[in-house]
Design a protein around this ligand. Structure first.
Ligand SMILES: Nc1ncnc2c1ncn2[C@@H]1O[C@H](COP(=O)(O)OP(=O)(O)O)[C@@H](O)[C@H]1O
Ligand SMILES: [Mg+2]
Length: 437
């Protein structure tokens, strides 16, 4: 488009020249020029005032249609306004489509602000979380969904965390995530995971039932093999080697079954028994003795550095199983004659058990998978060493049931450090009478 400025400039110059010419004819060119400039100024002011009035009225009145530079200004303002109107319409359409899509979602979707106030929720949020729209908009979600795990989960503000709790409406299991967006808003998505839970239950029951069914025949086979080997019978002496191998293998299978049953028990027990004070220092001393017995001729040194006054509120059998797993692993994966350190202490971040060895170490790519069932770095060798591949899975479960976590650090050839971190509130100092407070 051609620029309006040359025309506007020429017109202004022409008016000023005409005014100066008329003034010159009257014998006063300068006042003539000044009068011309004043008139020009006055005309532009009048145009400005009309523009201001038109804008003040919200551009609702008919657009004035002057020529030249003012016409251009009106034209551009009008175009900009039209574009903004189109954009707004497009945004509203998009928003409507988003809302309809979110409404159709089977998952409960809730928009929260920085104070966890409900800004928007879809109909599934009413079915799964009991949130009514619009009645509950503007209310803090923790006043409406009060399950303690959910309240604690929201408070943690961890974008990666997932919270599982029963629906306050139908009791079905829900899995909730809170995804941060914008400045401090969060999008809460709650899914009904009944189907997944049912499948998990079927799997757990299957493993538990198979393990139960296998335990009895294996115990009988093991018992007969032992009797046969101890009998001194000529046949048993002749077949001693294969019989010993059969006894070893049946003992190994029994060990796997015991571990599978332990895992099934840990997974299956939803409601926990009340925690009791556990004398961990004494337990670690006993585990260290068992570890030395396991080491046998390999002559490992096992050092225990435990705070004698530090007990833990928890479940003794589970803790014993987890701790002994870590210590026995350290013995199995550390060359003969080296040492294994067991530390038990508390600091501001919590209560910690550390099992440190200077053994084989583990390559970094294995670390994230170590707690999977039957995951072994070197299958053949670990089987020989008497492992089931279930130990660390048990440790992980025990830790999660105590609200803690397992940390693994390792360097190939230098050794490994397995740390169990428990929340500080589980510490219970021993009283002078030997009982925990
Ligand atoms: N202290 C350790 N040093 C080196 N490797 C280890 C150590 N502890 C565990 N591992 C590795 O992790 C694998 C899984 O351990 P775990 O679940 O206890 O099974 P396993 O029954 O084989 O001991 C082991 O097979 C071994 O490869
Ligand atoms: Mg193990």
């Amino acid at each position: 488009m051609q620029s309006p400025w040359p025309g506007a400039l020429w017109r202004t110059l022409l008016i000023l020249a005409a005014a100066a010419g008329l003034g010159w004819q009257a014998g006063h060119p300068a006042p003539g020029l000044a009068l011309g400039a004043t008139l020009l100024c006055g005309w532009h002011l009048w145009r400005l005032s009309r523009l201001e009035r038109w804008l003040r009225d919200g551009c609702r009145r008919r657009r004035p249609q002057p020529d030249g530079i003012w016409g251009e200004i009106y034209y551009h303002l009008q175009r900009r306004r039209q574009r903004r109107r189109d954009d707004t319409r497009r945004y509203i359409d998009t928003l409507r489509q988003f809302q309809e899509a979110a409404r159709a979602m089977p998952d409960a979707t809730v928009v929260l602000d920085d104070a966890d106030t409900v800004l928007w929720s879809n109909p599934a949020a009413e079915d799964l979380l009991g949130l009514r729209s619009p009645q509950d908009l503007g209310t803090r979600i923790t006043y409406l969904v009060r399950h303690p795990s959910f309240v604690a989960f929201l408070g943690r503000r961890d974008a990666q965390a997932v919270c599982d709790f029963p629906s306050p409406v139908g009791g079905q299991p829900l899995s909730v995530r809170a995804i941060p967006y914008g400045e401090a808003n969060r999008l809460l998505i709650a899914s009904d995971v009944s189907r997944v839970h049912r499948l998990e239950q079927v799997r757990r029951d299957f493993v538990a039932n198979v393990s139960h069914e296998l335990r009895t025949p294996l115990t009988v086979i093991g018992g007969y093999l032992e009797t046969l080997l101890d009998s001194g019978d000529a046949c048993a002496v002749k077949w001693q080697q294969p019989l010993r191998s059969m006894q070893h293998q049946s003992a190994r299978m029994l060990h796997i079954i015991e571990d599978l049953l332990m895992l099934a028990k840990l997974e299956g027990q939803q409601e926990r028994l009340p925690p009791r004070p556990v004398a961990v220092p004494g337990m670690l001393a006993a585990i260290a003795e068992d570890a030395i017995a396991l080491s046998g001729e390999q002559q490992h040194t096992v050092r225990v550095d435990a705070d004698p006054a530090l007990w833990l509120c928890g479940h003794e059998q589970e803790l014993r199983s987890a701790f002994s797993n870590l210590v026995f692993n350290a013995i199995r994966h550390t060359p003969a004659g080296r040492h294994v350190d067991i530390r038990w202490h508390a600091d501001a971040r919590g209560v910690h058990l550390e099992v440190i060895d200077n053994g084989d170490g583990i390559a970094p790519h294995h670390l994230p998978r170590l707690t999977e069932r039957f995951y072994r770095v070197d299958r053949g060798r670990n089987r020989e060493r008497g492992g089931t591949g279930l130990g660390l899975a048990i440790v992980k479960h025990v830790m999660s049931r105590h609200g803690g976590q397992l940390r693994i650090a390792s360097t190939v050839g230098a050794g490994s450090r397995f740390a169990c971190d428990f929340p500080a509130e589980l510490a219970c100092p021993r009283t002078s009478g030997g009982r925990a407070a």
